[in-house]
Design a protein around this ligand. Structure first.
Ligand SMILES: Cc1cc2nc3c(=O)[nH]c(=O)nc-3n(C[C@H](O)[C@H](O)[C@H](O)COP(=O)(O)O)c2cc1C
Ligand code: SF4
Length: 424
């Protein structure tokens, strides 16, 4: 049984599999199957499989597609967009898929576009991803040449073009409505919702935005079916996922593993455990904008709802490890500086609150903190919380700060009492 559908074509060499190699490995058989199916049935299959979006929020992918208006009276023009912005701190999973198996993404997008009846699709790719851009450009050209994209695909009467759009570069461009504004050539600020993009998205037309890894799940799901897909997960969630680990572990990297793989196994087996002489103090389970968890959470399975009810979020599933010799205040300061710089400036708690949080954290880290700074920081974090801003950048930026204040409060206190960073 196939157990590694996302990475089965990825070998040790840093090269992309070409169309001939991809086809020899049963590539595009999901696409052929999809073209012979009813689009509505494809949407239902993806929904029943329980595939949850890999961009961070974990929303059911088929359910998202089902919100696109269909049938008589629905808009003739619809769009599909692949979110390949990947600027979340500590996250490097989509790059691997795009650089090494670009046809898997193209096949997944083609099936998704057909399912929602879109004839134009875009890949919005991070500007620094030069290798991925070049390899995707080549793969799109190869697929067009072979009639797998373009006009009247494989004689089906269905036509689809996929265009690559390089981001001008800003973390906020990854937020799906800011991304749509950027694609339209406007300032990349999020849009007020509702309406949601599935109803009114790119140029006001129904649009589905999904993450790279989400699309890469589709070809095998359609080819091998719902039962196979569900059987891949070890816990509550279906399928496999690219999990990653960065920080001071022996073997940082990214691996395809079943959903529900315990965190301990990811860190201790796949990442090789902590470097000699270091202990794990905490970790961010899914990129920079998630809450810290502690060593007591190591046996949790990486499933969306389990991590969500344990005080954090699965986010991108790429773990950032904090060891006992790295200053948690310095780590949180570094992340907050990034988020403050990337704010689009639309909402006050984000535009003004994040630079203020940076000032306080910098003061504490420099040994110039005041006892009231901890309370001030907690107040700022409350203002940035969910419901106070147009998008999730500020609430996400608040997560490492609020959880560090909970888990590592003593470190903040020590900085203030000693008048210096105790880790120096
Ligand atoms: C500030 C910010 C940055 C984001 N960056 C990305 C990103 O780089 N890639 C991504 O897929 N989703 C990103 N998201 C999530 C997207 O808004 C959206 O939820 C996702 O693309 C949906 O895809 P999925 O349903 O396949 O997960 C970001 C969200 C926020 C608030
Ligand atoms: S939370 Fe920040 S990034 Fe998001 S809309 Fe408001 S100001 Fe812009």
């Amino acid at each position: 049984m196939l157990t590694n559908p996302l990475t089965k074509n990825i070998g040790p060499q840093n090269t992309a599999i070409d169309l001939a190699g991809y086809r020899a490995a049963a590539g595009y058989s999901g696409w052929r199957k999809a073209l012979a199916s009813d689009p509505g049935d494809l949407v239902k299959t993806v929904q029943n499989a329980g595939l949850r979006g890999r961009g961070g929020a974990g929303f059911n992918t088929g359910l998202k597609w089902s919100f696109v208006p269909r049938g008589e009276g629905s808009p003739a023009v619809k769009y599909l967009v692949c979110n390949a912005d990947e600027m979340e701190p500590g996250t490097f999973k989509d790059r691997l898929l795009m650089e090494r198996d670009p046809h898997l993404l193209i096949e997944g997008m083609a099936i998704a576009a057909y399912a929602i009846e879109a004839r134009t699709a875009y890949i919005f790719i991070r500007g620094e991803y030069h290798t991925a851009t070049a390899r995707l450009e080549k793969a799109i050209a190869e697929a067009r040449e072979e009639g797998l994209l373009g006009e009247n695909i494989l004689g089906s009467g269905y036509s689809l073009e996929i265009h690559l759009h390089r981001s001008a570069g800003n973390y906020i461009c990854g937020e799906e409505t800011a991304l749509l504004n950027a694609l339209e050539g406007k300032r990349a600020i999020p849009r007020a919702k509702p309406p949601f993009p599935q109803v009114s998205g790119l140029w006001g037309k129904p649009t589905v935005v999904n993450n790279v890894e989400t699309f890469c799940n589709i070809p095998h799901l359609i080819d091998l079916g719902v039962d196979w897909y569900k059987s891949l997960g070890r816990g509550e969630d279906a399928g496999t996922k690219l999990f990653g680990v960065s920080g001071k572990v022996k073997n940082p990297g990214t691996w395809e593993l079943p959903m529900g793989t315990p965190i301990r196994e990811i860190i201790e087996v796949h990442a090789g455990g902590m470097r000699d002489g270091l202990k794990l103090k905490g970790f961010l389970p899914g990129g920079g904008s998630t809450d810290f968890l502690g060593p007591e959470h190591l046996d949790l399975p990486m499933d969306y709802d389990v991590i969500g009810t344990s005080g954090s979020r699965m986010g991108t599933g790429t773990i950032i490890v904090l060891d006992d010799k790295t200053c948690p205040v310095g780590l949180v300061l570094n992340l907050t500086q990034f988020f403050a710089r990337e704010s689009c400036g639309w909402c006050t708690p984000c535009r003004d609150g994040l630079p203020w949080a940076v000032k306080i954290l910098q003061r504490i880290e420099n040994g110039e903190g005041r006892p009231e700074d901890i309370g001030l920081l907690r107040e700022q974090v409350r203002y940035m919380g969910p419901g106070n801003t147009f998008c999730a950048l500020a609430p996400g930026a608040a997560e490492p700060i609020q959880s560090a204040l909970k888990l590592f409060e003593q470190d903040f206190v020590e900085h203030i009492e000693k008048g210096c960073c105790p880790y120096l």
